[in-house]
Ligand binder design. Structure first.
Ligand SMILES: *Cc1c(COP(=O)(O)O)cnc(C)c1O
Length: 250
């Protein structure tokens, strides 16, 4: 099936989940995770109106950003204008030596989970004009294999991120345990939402702190029911990929 057809299906499922949860569908943004997509598929999605993309490796993100820009300016009369609307999200674990590149190319970095990394980004940020938007990744599933700040450390870590003047903490991110039963993801999502509300309630984070980045192909509808504002969806649009943990249950 064509990626644009799958995009429409995913958009419709997002809309329906939001309506079920009595939320405005406009409050849920779709990030198309293109890490297993080819360039042609990405360009088809752009033609279909998709603007936000996610990658888990900075090198790929940077290369694709450049390719997309070149293609847009070469093939479309309004390509330069569209290029300014394309936004990249870094969703994978960020290595320190890639931090500067990530800050140059990304709209948001979703996966900040240590003070050391945040301070490094802040140092780079002090030499730039605009604060980079970051999300703090929380390990809500408790799996050792997962990145993210442990739940008990999350409030204090966010407090420390807030002291860094050249970063803007705009929300929280999590990955739920990947199982055949997406309902098992719900616990992760409610935990993230509770941490979010606590940070707002205690005024540790202000009004710029507004995002819950949660929900992937297997569990995004539940994430939306639990308050997600950013869903990161790859295989439901681009097709299943070889990674065993990501089976789509077709
Ligand atoms: C790959 C990835 C996704 C998308 O996963 P799908 O199950 O293919 O939708 C979302 N978030 C992160 C952090 C990822 O690495």
């Amino acid at each position: 099936m064509d990626v644009t057809v799958k995009l429409k299906q995913v958009q419709e499922r997002i809309r329906a989940a939001a309506v079920r949860a009595r939320r405005d569908p406009k409050d849920v943004m779709l990030i198309a995770v293109s890490k297993y997509a080819n360039m042609e598929q990405i360009l088809r999605l752009i033609t279909a109106g998709q603007r936000h993309f996610g990658e888990s490796r900075v090198q790929n993100l940077q290369a694709r950003d450049q390719e997309v820009r070149d293609w847009l300016t070469e093939t479309m009369a309004d390509g330069a204008e569209i290029a300014t609307q394309i936004k990249w999200h870094m969703i994978g674990h960020l290595q320190r030596n890639k931090a500067a590149t990530a800050m140059e190319t990304c709209e948001m970095i979703h996966s900040i989970d240590s003070l050391r990394l945040a301070e490094h980004l802040n140092d780079i940020g002090s030499r730039r004009e605009t604060a980079v938007q970051i999300l703090m990744e929380v390990n809500t599933s408790g799996e050792e294999s997962k990145n993210g700040v442990p739940i008990p450390a999350a409030i204090h870590m966010a407090e420390q991120f807030e002291t860094l003047a050249h970063l803007q903490l705009v929300g929280l991110m999590t990955m739920a345990r990947q199982t055949a039963n997406p309902e098992e993801a719900r616990n992760s999502f409610t935990t993230l939402r509770e941490i979010f509300h606590e940070l707002r309630f205690r005024k540790i984070c202000g009004t710029h702190f507004k995002h819950l980045s949660m929900g992937m192909s297997g569990d995004f509808e539940i994430a939306i029911e639990e308050g997600s504002t950013l869903v990161r969806i790859g295989s439901a649009i681009f097709g299943a990929h070889p990674e065993p943990a990501m089976e789509m249950g077709t």
